[in-house]
Design a protein around this ligand. Structure first.
Ligand code: S3P
Length: 442
């Protein structure tokens, strides 16, 4: 982390979550709204935009490439699209901070530009694997240099002639799929991506919403280069990945009743609800509706006794960002929870299997990491100091654990909570978590 002041979260034990609230906007949709809005003809007006550091990094990168963007102001952003060929060469490297989505998606679309560009990021992002995008992009004709071990920075040569490919992804990754589709906008012929399991499909939905022809069948998405995007209106729903902390918190603590409003319910994202329900959670989906091509609903969650489960492998990609929170639920459940087929968790903002296992163990829970998952025995959280390793979702998950702890939980390295959930401490406090933010010397 670059921040010399370490942010620490101190959470007192006990409390209950009660009332209703709307968590901030969906991170994945907010990134894509800026990217596609910038590449579109005409204007795009976004409401509910996530003003977290990750999406702001995307916004700044497009400003650096000459796109006029007003806002964000209370979640409203106005993008004046420059068209698919209207981006300008940025002056220096594009630094996207902690954001893997910005880097991987932009690697695809920058491969199709006439100018050279460099993508870089913070200490966490510059350790993360990028060959998963640079290799298939190279097959399309892109010229991208990485560090020897395939990590950032990415140096992308302009002027490459891209050719569409038919790519079978070895891993279920929406970032890889989206990167190739964005490169495909600039490629000759057809680009097809087949996924081994369904992953979030916001890119496909938004492309179609912007009038671009996208074909989808049997886990395969195809588009042809050379079309046009037409800007429009995007209403970003609340992020189900941010709602997840509250779904878990209100399930594990006694006497909770919490309504989460306007939550994105895209079926490629709702694995958290399915898994929590398998564990016995009491979650009701109210007022389901469709907003701008994405399903949305209010979620009513009440306390419930949870039981350990074997997490069905097909749900893993549909809950990929929610496992830190689910591990906290598993620690409060009766019996054992077993997760497999989730090796991807080792290359997120931190190694989420290792980091969560360490923190859970510190808090008195038996947690055994495996190469592709974890086994967690339900028990009693004691309390103590855990390290989030700069991972926003780890930090917020351990904050919820305090609802069932015996003594305070102190969480280190929490500055990155702002990447996805600005205002978490205030909102969680308002809903009933006894949480305080402190700053100390790192
Ligand atoms: C994202 C896809 C997921 C997810 C990430 C956001 C996206 O990554 O973990 O937080 O917006 O496309 P993978 O596609 O690498 O699984």
């Amino acid at each position: 982390m670059t921040d010399p002041q370490e942010v620490i979260l101190q959470v007192e034990p006990g409390g209950r979550l009660h009332g209703q609230c709307r968590v901030p906007g969906d991170k994945s949709i907010s990134h894509r709204a800026i990217m596609l809005g910038a590449l579109a003809e005409g204007e795009t007006r976004i409401t509910g935009f996530l003003e977290g550091e990750d999406c702001l990094a995307t916004l700044k990168a497009f400003r650096a490439m000459g796109v006029e963007i007003d806002g964000p102001e209370k979640g409203q952003v106005h993008v004046r699209g420059v068209g698919l060929h209207g981006l300008k060469a940025p002056e220096g490297a594009l630094d996207v901070g902690n954001s893997g989505t910005s880097m991987r998606l932009m690697a695809g679309l920058l491969s199709g530009q006439a100018f050279d560009s460099t993508l870089t990021g913070d200490a966490s992002l510059t350790r993360r694997p990028m060959r998963r995008v640079t290799e298939p992009l190279a097959r399309m004709g892109a010229r991208i240099r990485t560090s020897d071990d395939g990590t950032p920075p990415l140096c992308i040569e302009g002027g490459a002639l891209l050719q569409g490919i038919d790519y079978r992804m070895p891993i279920a990754s929406a970032q890889v799929k989206s990167s190739l589709l964005l490169a495909g906008l600039y490629a000759q012929g057809q680009t097809c991506v087949t996924e081994p399991a369904p992953t979030r499909d916001h890119t496909e939905r938004m492309l179609a919403g912007f009038g671009y022809r996208v074909q989808r069948h049997d886990g395969c998405v195809c588009l042809r280069g050379g079309g046009q995007l037409q800007g429009g209106i995007i209403d970003v729903p609340a992020d189900i990945s941010s709602a997840a902390f509250f779904l878990v918190g209100a399930s594990i603590a006694p006497d909770c009743e919490l309504r989460l409003e306007h939550v994105g319910m895209n079926p490629t994202r709702t694995g958290i609800i399915d898994i929590l329900k398998l564990m016995g959670a009491d979650i009701q989906v109210e007022n389901p509706r469709e907003v701008g091509g994405e399903p949305v609903a209010d979620l009513l969650v009440r306390s419930a006794p949870l039981r350990g489960v074997r997490i069905p492998p097909e749900l893993v990609p549909l809950a990929i960002d929610e496992f830190p929170a689910l591990f906290v639920a598993a620690a409060c459940a009766q019996g054992e929870t077993v997760l497999t087929d989730a090796e991807e968790l080792r290359v997120k903002e931190s190694d989420r299997i290792q980091v969560m296992a360490e923190g859970l163990t510190t808090l008195g829970i038996r947690a055994r990491p495996t190469p592709d998952g974890i086994v967690i025995e339900g028990g009693q959280f004691t309390g103590g100091t855990v390290d989030s390793h700069g991972d926003h979702r780890v930090a917020m998950s351990f904050a919820m654990a305090a609802l069932r702890a015996q003594t305070p939980i102190r969480i280190r390295q929490c500055a990155n909570v702002n990447t996805s959930f600005p205002g978490f401490v205030q909102l969680a406090g308002r809903m009933g978590l006894n949480i305080q933010q402190q700053e100390g010397e790192a």
